[in-house]
Design a protein. Sequence first.
Length: 421
Amino acid sequence: MAQAKRVDFRLHDWIDGKYKVERVLGHSRHDSKFKVVDRQGNQYMLKLLNLWQMETAIQTKAGIKTESEIMSCTIPSNYLTQIVGNGSVMGNPYLITQFYPSVNLSNGYRTESIAGIIANVLYGLKDLHRNGKIHTNLTAENVLITEDGKILLTNYVILGNRNQAAIDYRQSSNKKCDISLAYVAPERFNIEKSATLLPTSDMYSIGVMTYCLLTGRYPYGAINNMDAYLQRSNTGQWNRSFLGRENSRWEIFLDKTLSPDPGMRPQSADEALELLPDRPETEYVKSDRIDVNKDPRNGLMLRLLQGEEFGKVYRISELFSNGTRRILTLGRQDNDAFNQIQIKESGTTFVSRRHSTIELDNETGKVYIRDGQWDKEAKSNWTSSLNGTYVNSSEVTNEGIELNPGDIISIGDVKLRVEGY
């Protein structure tokens, strides 16, 4: 891969000779966003990864990860802005998403009920989570209300480290006030524990968003001092006084979603929907192109949903060799370790070489996953992974959890979905 060259697009510039910049929407640590129009007059949103700003040594790996991220975020959904194309300009990758005449939620809303808005946001999260993606940037600015009343989540494609904003804040000596940080779950600021992101982090963001819609304020006070705000968010003592009597029915929902303990939050979008105090005006509409095969008539397989080899399939029932093998090991691809299920990971080591063990119960036919692997040289003959193994939002111990079609396995920054075939 050739070294990426510097790009600096401004109003009326053409990107890649295909898209004319109508508006510069903003710049973050590694990417830039533009509203663009093609030569036929069609309007789009363009997100460009400024690869040229990265060190030459990591550009190739970042480019591969970006390509995988774009593919894995191409998710059919009635509640997500859709990716419609991608490309590269002077070695810098970009993606194109649909443009919708809309306002974002931070600019107010018209007649939609708050329960209806939150329900539709949760429907979008449901589609993301079942495809192994965590939004990680869920703020009012990233929820669109279109002219025809649709509510769509946007800016969920992350070109870079999905937890970079929280890591940067913790490592920075200059603590700038960033409103988006008020939506970030407390555990994400723990740099040592930030490798694996779970659906429960998005549930916290939903709680902040709901409180803001109900009160016009943030749940843990003013954000002019972000350090103080984040310290209060670790207590779980959000400000109930601004709810008022008319919104007191939201207390249970807010208590759960705003908990500093991920285990106390709703573990899925469906659980959060059950907690809504008002019945949503609309019901979830599943895309006719999105489905998970839950019929394991031939067995179970794992599909890689987030990682370098997006789409790769591991037919674990066949790897069990028709019952002659009962145990499979899973870990990072490495010459110094042997695993039946090898996960390719370049540039990072979030997946341990001895990460997990998958076992078949010959009598019941059930399949279980355990964190870690047997190791005769370890003190207890068992070595746990460094970043943990999770199924959906639950942490797996060495005692194991049963796997069922539709489950999402998280190991480091890699996501695998259990499916039937």
